[in-house]
Design a protein around this ligand. Structure first.
Ligand SMILES: Cc1ncc(COP(=O)(O)O)c(C=O)c1O
Length: 443
């Protein structure tokens, strides 16, 4: 990666989403140095206005028949859930824990969709008895389990079938369909699965869910995936002899992390969707259908910044290392160890030296005793000192939530909500003593 790549990516982000004053990073107008002094480091800061901007730009291009469900797994912080629910989103969950989080955020059960493999009897009982909006079954077993739960509870539930399409719609960074997959029911087996579902009177067939990849930046690939969903939905509607209530196209909308990546062309996506909706306008399979998107990363990714402090600067042979008080245990994705084939650097900056033009090449590492704990490799940064802050951008999604927080028993990082010059602690720093409390005394 060249120096100019590193600088250009950060400059773009600073111009679009953040600010600079006296060489310091501003998040929602707040000086990062002040936030670090108030809350300590390492910490995550989320800018509400960035979440709002992403939501608004997406809503602007979606046809009226679309309904957004935020995918909690990207970032389950209660303030984010409350904000997105209040802004009109439903919530997509993948566990009983996420169901409780969604309810605690004030989201009514009927605005919750439950997708994801391996749903247990206990989880299904919980959500069915609470009146969940829809369950998206990922296997025949789940259909049978749901039938049993509904019979026992004497309740009915809306069930959509998640389909693993027979051909891959290429282009996502992480493939979740089109090949052998634990996700969804193979398209070839859909007819059988639907017949089983239709045979249970307490299970109401709601529709089709198709989601085959995450971090997709090409709107044409997304549109192609949606077209496949329509095709499969049309067949399912014919078999069920009625219109579909739901077609869920999943999440997958990406954000640019790496050199050469550009934000999705949302206008282009909007045009493709408008064309698709026009094509199916008279199709009885889709009379009154709601089209669901369940984005996670797209809504919250860019809103988050991970901030840690330099505790040591070390030269070893021909390399210079910035040693931070945070690292991969809080941000596995930035270390390149969360499903990445090639380790590439997240955009990073010395957040207290943004006015320094000089550059040197350094590695940014965390405090863990493993070479995996590298969150920046050969990054061009201004010469930094112990005490400076380093910001890793694009850290709102799959960052804290997808990290091995217990590894090496450091305290877990707090989260701060930044809203137009105001800041609130929305998750306290974990105590390393928490790890002791979890363990029974065997002595
Ligand atoms: C079923 C389902 N829906 C939505 C999402 C959110 O995906 P993304 O964050 O790429 O939008 C995921 C992510 O894995 C998922 O598995």
């Amino acid at each position: 990666m060249s120096r100019s790549d590193d600088m250009e990516r950060v400059d773009k982000l600073l111009a679009r989403s953040f600010g600079v004053a006296n060489g310091h990073l501003l998040v929602a107008g707040l000086d990062i140095d002040d936030l670090a002094a108030t809350y300590g480091t390492p910490l995550f800061v989320y800018d509400r206005a960035r979440v709002e901007a992403q939501l608004n730009t997406l809503n602007q291009v979606l046809p009226d028949s679309f309904d957004l469900f935020y995918s909690i797994k990207a970032n389950p912080n209660a303030s984010i859930l409350r904000y997105l629910h209040a802004a009109g989103c439903g919530l997509e969950i993948a566990s009983a824990g996420e169901f409780h989080q969604a309810l605690a955020a004030g989201c009514p059960a009927e605005r919750i969709i439950f997708a994801g493999p391996g749903k247990t009897m206990d989880e299904l009982e919980l959500v069915v008895s609470s009146g969940i909006g829809e369950i998206h079954a990922e296997s025949q077993t789940e259909i049978e389990r749901l039938a049993e739960v509904c019979d026992r509870l004497e309740r009915s539930v809306h069930v959509a079938l998640r389909v693993n399409p027979s051909e891959e719609v290429a282009g996502g960074a992480m493939r979740m369909g089109g090949t052998s997959s634990p996700f969804g029911i193979d398209e070839e087996a859909l007819e059988d699965a639907l017949a089983r579902l239709l045979a249970h009177e307490r299970l109401t067939f709601a529709g089709i869910h198709l989601f085959t990849g995450t971090q997709i930046l090409d709107h044409e690939i997304l549109a192609a995936q949606y077209r496949r969903g329509i095709e499969i939905g049309r067949r399912a509607s014919k078999q069920a002899a009625r219109a579909l209530m739901t077609i869920d196209f999943g999440g997958g909308l990406g954000v640019p992390y790496f050199p050469g990546e550009e934000a999705i062309n949302l206008q282009g996506l909007g045009q493709e969707l408008a064309a698709l909706m026009a094509e199916i306008a008279d199709d009885p399979a889709f009379a009154g259908t709601r089209f669901v998107l369940e984005p996670g990363r797209f809504l919250v990714g860019e809103a988050g910044v991970y901030v840690s402090r330099i505790t040591d600067v070390k030269v070893s042979r021909d390399k210079k290392f910035l040693i931070m008080d945070g690292g991969m245990h809080h941000h596995l994705a930035a270390s390149g160890n969360l499903g990445m084939v090639i380790k590439r650097n997240f955009p990073a900056a010395v957040a207290t030296k943004l006015d320094v033009a000089e550059r040197e090449t350094v590695d940014i590492v965390g405090p863990l005793c493993t070479p995996l704990d590298t969150v920046g490799r050969s990054v061009a940064l201004p010469p930094a000192e112990i005490g400076d802050l380093v910001a890793i951008f694009q850290s709102g999604a799959y960052a804290r939530a997808a990290s091995p927080l217990g590894f090496l028993s450091h305290r877990s990082p707090p989260e701060v909500w930044a809203d137009d010059g105001a800041h609130t602690l929305i998750r306290r720093r974990g105590d390393s003593a928490d790890y002791l409390l979890d363990q029974p005394d065997f002595s």
